[in-house]
Design a protein around this ligand. Structure first.
Ligand code: GAL
Length: 808
């Protein structure tokens, strides 16, 4: 085609896409919900009087909310105990008034819940329209023909019976709720599946399958136009198909498109495309569906390891749970995305979504930022781990839950493997193998392109029973088996699905030296609510003391609950040779300092101890003058030198033989401690810790200056104490009580400090700093205007930050 006509052709494609008016629509139902905790008789009735119910925003977690009297929700007697972070489950009711025009009420209506924890029952105008039990899978209710013009009342009852989980699960509408309004002729939303069987620099083959549904009373002559568009919205490839869809019928269509010279997706270059599918009947656009995807291939074998687009990738992985600390389990899209972004910034390139399907926001952020995801289905199958957990309905529900996992995740290029489960009690038995086979078969039917895996904590030879059913073998805490298992199973692709942070080197070294070991996922990259105190004491300690109330965080996260990197995260950056902080130095807390809870580690169990080292980014140890303190230096560079107040404390070689670290004993004197890394004999990087005086100011940093006035966008404002020279105040009595107030076009969604023992309110805005820091989360309202966030720290000048909420 000559270039002008090619241009015209392109323009006409673009014009066609732009003209495609929104015949199909998706509405966010984040606003307008009323909530009441506890059993509320008759609340499902449309006419029920809900005056006095609390107005809330979805996603919402009622377990994290302060009690009616304003006291914090943590309770030493909570049934979930240590598992749930001493937070309760219980019943909760949600009511939403949905106004529909007559035209809208006559459309195909699909009410989508991304996750409700758990045992949800749903009513529309008093009629029971559905239920869903597993708390982490998306489900849709077909309300077509059931809604009326005018006001409709949607009611959801959540019945979270404790104990249901080994970690903090939260309760309620924990992920987004949306409503699809469609024409009778439409693309069945879950039917779309985009794969890219060929992905080279020259050519990307895009294979699309989709189901076209006709809910109308007469057959429809349909044209399906599928177009691949790039970031500039230019149409890069198009396929058209004419078909007839019978009345109340559906037709499956497969199309193949070729994108010339595609920009491939990989963790280092997360290039994305959008498939725009348009359905026309008699030339009129009836549905437009946009599906974002990436062009990439994935292979894994024991000789070449994991390869994306033919290039080897080592999985620098972290396990995460779904909670967002100060927001509880509310999976607000910005909060979920922030976790992914902070992990990416810390050098991780992979996430294991432990032990349940990841949210769409997590997957979207992973697509955009270049994170690979192991998307996991279950923590248990038929044999329970807790009395009221999801094993109760595994038999009846697993098919729908697996289908939901796969159909909602399979178009995300970030999704690498499907995991059928974690430390499943029946693993290694014939029953365990049979279930894995069934689950894997169902997954492969919906997505034959991705390997199926499982996190298995069994020794050889028992693990072989389970691994025989899987494509890739996930080992929990078993680096010692990688050599010997390879001899007996040379074709097995292995990775560490869970490891202890303190053993980072031992788990990473095989990834670099054994081609069949493709990665390591630490437990955990991000701190989380529940499993309290596992990062604090080893298993040899008295279980009754382990994580006793007021502990509520696990405290094993390499990034703390507020998003701050702890020393273990810096070590990992060095091990992984990320170049992010090539040299970093931290100080072991000396005995006699009263800086709870980062002290008195018990490192007793060689494999199972999730505690981190008692190291701190601080050179402020008043009272320790002249005493030798242990300073640990991590370095990517082959030599390091430590200086105290300009005086050298010696130069050391650092390499694989020293596990990329070295430690010094340094007699404490206030001042500046500087670590310098050398490459080729020349200084290449440095790191400084400064002794801080008393706090003189609180400094604020907002992660964005502008939000959309959509009632959902979040801003994270981090506050840090500094002394009169601007040095960060970390410890030693420096912490201050702070009151955070939000005025104007937003509200305070939560505030937290990462202190695993500070069980004070996460919503009141009154909280102390921890290690000199506090993070507040501000949510945009639905009106545009300025949002003023004020931090008043005891005895210090008030600080303010202004954020603009702009019209959507
Ligand atoms: C593992 C388990 C994780 C977490 C971790 C730390 O065995 O799979 O979910 O419980 O131990 O306790």
């Amino acid at each position: 085609m000559p270039s002008t006509s090619r241009l015209l052709h392109r323009l006409s494609l673009i014009a066609a896409l732009l003209c495609a008016h929104a015949s199909a629509e998706q509405r966010s139902l984040s606003q307008g919900w009323l909530f009441k905790a506890g059993p509320v008789p008759e609340a499902q009735r449309a006419a029920f009087d809900d005056k006095g119910w609390r107005r809330i925003t979805v996603p919402h977690d009622f377990s994290i909310m302060d009690k009616a009297d304003g006291s914090p929700p943590f309770d030493a007697k909570a049934v979930g105990g240590q598992d749930s972070g001493y937070l309760p489950g219980g019943q909760g009711w949600y009511r939403h008034r949905l106004d529909l025009s007559a035209a809208d009420a006559a459309r195909v209506l699909r009410l989508n819940f991304e996750a409700v924890y758990m045992n949800a029952d749903i009513w529309l105008n008093g009629e029971h329209v559905g239920n869903h039990r597993y708390g982490y899978t998306a489900f849709t209710l077909d309300l077509t023909g059931k809604a009326r013009a005018g006001e409709n009342v949607i009611v959801v009852r959540v019945n979270h019976v404790d104990p249901s989980s080994r970690w903090y699960a939260g309760s309620g509408l924990i992920r987004p709720v949306t409503l699809d309004l469609l024409d009778p002729v439409h693309i069945a939303p879950d039917s779309v599946f985009v794969t890219t069987p060929v992905a080279t620099a020259e050519r990307g083959d895009v294979q699309v399958s989709a189901g076209i549904a006709n809910r109308g009373k007469s057959p429809a002559r349909v044209e399906l136009i599928s177009t691949v568009v790039g970031t500039s919205d230019a149409a890069l490839a198009q396929a058209r198909r004419q078909l007839t869809v019978a009345a109340r019928g559906s037709v499956d269509v497969t199309q193949r498109l070729a994108v010339p010279q595609p920009k491939l997706w990989s963790p280092d270059a997360p290039n994305l495309y959008t498939l725009v599918q348009e359905v026309r009947v008699d030339g009129v656009v009836k549905d437009v569906r946009r599906t974002r995807f990436g062009i990439r291939t994935v292979t894994a074998d024991a000789t070449n390891g994991l390869r994306i687009n033919g290039r080897k990738v080592l999985l620098r992985g972290g396990n995460i749970h779904h909670d967002n600390y100060m927001l509880g389990a509310a999976g607000s899209p910005d909060a979920d995305a922030r976790k992914v972004a902070l992990m990416k910034q810390a050098g991780y390139n992979a996430i294991r979504s432990a032990h349940n399907p990841a949210s769409q926001a997590t997957l979207r952020a992973a697509d955009e930022l270049g994170m690979l995801v192991i998307d996991e289905a279950f923590d248990m199958w038929r044999i329970s781990k807790r009395d009221a957990d999801s094993s109760r309905f595994f038999d009846s529900d697993w098919r729908q839950d697996i289908d939901s996992l796969v159909t909602s995740g399979r178009n995300h290029p970030s999704v690498l493997f499907w995991s059928v489960g974690n430390e499943i009690p029946e693993q290694g038995t014939p029953a365990g193998a049979r279930t894995a086979r069934e689950l894997a078969a169902r997954i492969r039917r919906l997505d034959p392109t991705r390997p199926v895996t499982q996190g298995v904590n069994m020794d050889t030879p028992h693990n072989a029973v389970q691994f025989a059913e899987l494509d890739v073998a996930g080992y929990n805490y078993r680096a010692h088996l990688f050599g010997s298992d390879h001899l007996t199973h040379p074709a097995r692709v292995m990775y560490t699905s869970e490891s202890t942070s303190k053993d980072a080197f031992r788990y990473w070294d095989p990834v670099e030296t054994m081609p069949w070991v493709i990665g390591d996922f630490v437990w955990t990259s991000f701190d989380y609510l529940g499993e309290t105190g596992i990062g604090w004491m080893g298993y040899s300690q008295d279980w009754k003391q382990l994580g006793a109330y007021p502990w509520h965080l696990a405290y094993c996260g390499e990034i703390d609950a507020t998003g701050r990197k702890r020393p273990a995260a810096f070590y990992r950056q060095v091990l992984w040779k990320t170049g992010i902080d090539p040299v970093a130095a931290f100080v072991e807390q000396p005995p006699g300092t009263a800086d709870l809870p980062d002290r008195d580690m018990f490192k007793t169990h060689p494999e199972l101890d999730w505690s981190l080292e008692d190291l701190h980014p601080s050179w402020s140890w008043r009272g320790q003058e002249g005493k030798p303190l242990k300073v640990v230096v991590y370095s990517e560079h082959p030599e390091v030198e430590l200086f105290l107040n300009g005086r050298s404390l010696g130069r050391r070689a650092v390499d694989r033989a020293t596990a990329y670290k070295t430690d010094y004993r340094v007699p404490y004197a206030a001042g500046r401690l500087v670590a310098v890394g050398y490459r080729d004999g020349k200084p290449a990087a440095s790191w400084e810790l400064r002794t801080a005086g008393a706090p003189a100011a609180i400094t604020l940093q907002a992660d964005r200056q502008q939000v959309r006035a959509n009632g959902e966008d979040l801003v994270y404002v981090s506050a840090a104490l500094v002394d009169s020279d601007g040095a960060p105040v970390y410890a030693q009595g420096g912490d201050r009580h702070v009151t955070v107030t939000v005025k104007g076009a937003g509200t305070l969604a939560g505030a937290g400090n990462g202190n695993p023992m500070d069980a004070s309110s996460l919503q009141s805005g009154r909280r102390s700093t921890f290690h000199g820091r506090l993070v507040a989360v501000v949510r945009a309202g639905t009106d545009a205007g300025p949002i003023d966030v004020e931090f008043a720290a005891q005895g210090l000048p008030v600080q303010r930050v202004r954020i603009d909420a702009v019209a959507r």
